[in-house]
Design a protein around this ligand. Structure first.
Ligand SMILES: NC(=O)c1ccc[n+]([C@@H]2O[C@H](COP(=O)([O-])OP(=O)(O)OC[C@H]3O[C@@H](n4cnc5c(N)ncnc54)[C@H](O)[C@@H]3O)[C@@H](O)[C@H]2O)c1
Length: 337
């Protein structure tokens, strides 16, 4: 199948691209390279440097390639920043997403996998969180993901669009030569490993008074290779009854920030200093997935489930790429707020 992957130079997009190619698909890898990295582009994919805001540029991609399905990962994805600059998030994650939808429909492409997020749930009332749980985001990032899910629903209703939204919990780990390198990095595991490498003095823990056993917030970490595997399965299910709905992707086990840090201490052998900070606005206390639906309907079974394996794997990449991808050093940051 000819598949357009948006955000293909990003952390998850690069690994999804690699898996899709391994499965025998042809991938058109689209990215504006504002956050993504040229080295993360999989050489077997056809790279198109384009921005989703540019409808003309997007049309050219559909004219040049016989696209059959889309995996849409491109997004702005910093929860904290979304609280300060919501308009950037609604524009990037909703308006530019609609550009993509309208263009694909114009060229009669009707299959899409969407990267959604656990952030759609807000502060959950029950754990583990099922897909049927009320979606009530507590930050603009989660709201933008939920809005786009709802748009997909109505486009499915009116235009026969077939889609699956995959609600990732906390992606972590690496795959071969591809790993996690965001700027700024807000995710816990890479930040803990930067302290282990003595690139930072301490790791910030936001909130020590959550109603959890050690006061730190709890998250469900899922290996990025298992996320990529779910995309392969989801694409196979796009034509059937499993389409036009959302699936959680998590390990159904939560770890507090302090437990993650302690596990990283054991794996790296480094002393990792913690700096306690007040809670961050927009951060729910506990996010743990029920992924039973993805298991029963998509046949998804995460393989790298243990936190130790996930951190070991992230640590391997971080040691081999202590400063992340090299091209980042030459980047001129564009402020598009
Ligand atoms: N990393 C996680 O833990 C996590 C959890 C839940 C959901 N998600 C979602 O998964 C997706 C990928 O996350 P990631 O961590 O790989 O992010 P990332 O920032 O590494 O990758 C996103 C990529 O999209 C590109 N991009 C952004 N806007 C674009 C535009 N307008 N046009 C073209 N390219 C554009 C960026 O350059 C970047 O390469 C996002 O949609 C994110 O919201 C991630």
């Amino acid at each position: 199948m000819n598949i357009l992957v948006t955000g293909a130079a990003g952390y998850i997009g690069s690994i999804v691209t690699k898996e899709l190619i391994k499965e025998g698909n042809s991938v058109i890898a689209l990215d504006n390279l504002e956050q993504g990295h040229p080295e993360a582009l999989v050489p077997q994919a056809s790279f198109v440097r384009a921005d989703l805001r540019d409808s003309k540029g997007l049309e050219k991609v559909f004219v040049d390639y016989q696209i059959e399905a889309i995996v849409h990962l491109a997004a702005e994805a910093l929860v904290g920043e979304s609280m300060i600059h919501p308009k950037k998030y609604f524009r990037a994650n909703v308006v530019y997403g609609i550009n993509l939808l309208n263009t694909m429909l114009k060229y009669d492409v009707k299959k899409l996998i969407f990267s959604s997020s656990a952030a759609v749930y807000g502060n959950p009332e029950s754990i583990p969180i099922k897909e049927s749980h009320t979606a009530a985001p507590v930050n603009p990032y989660g709201e933008s993901k939920l809005m786009f899910e709802r748009i997909l629903h109505w486009y499915g209703h009116a235009y026969e669009l077939k889609f699956i939204s995959l609600r990732y919990f906390n992606a972590a780990g690496s795959k071969d030569d591809l790993g996690e390198d965001h700027e700024p990095e807000t995710h816990l595991i890479p930040n803990v490993l930067k302290v282990a490498l003595r690139q930072r003095q301490h790791v910030a823990v936001f909130g020590t008074d959550y109603p959890t056993s050690d006061g730190a917030c709890i998250r469900d970490y899922i290996h990025v290779a298992d996320i990529a595997g779910a995309h392969i399965l989801a694409l196979k299910h796009l034509g059937g009854n499993q389409a036009n709905k959302a699936y959680n992707l998590g390990n159904s086990k939560g770890y507090s920030m302090l437990e993650v840090i302690e596990t990283a201490r054991e794996i790296t052998g480094a002393s990792i200093t913690v700096a306690n900070h007040p809670r961050r606005p927009g951060d729910p206390a506990v996010l743990v997935a029920s992924s039973e639906l993805a298991k029963s309907e998509l046949g998804w079974e995460p393989k790298k489930r243990s936190l130790e394996v996930i951190i070991e794997n992230a640590w391997k990449w971080q040691k081999e790429h202590p400063h992340g991808y090299e091209s980042k050093r030459n980047r001129v940051t564009v402020d598009s707020r």
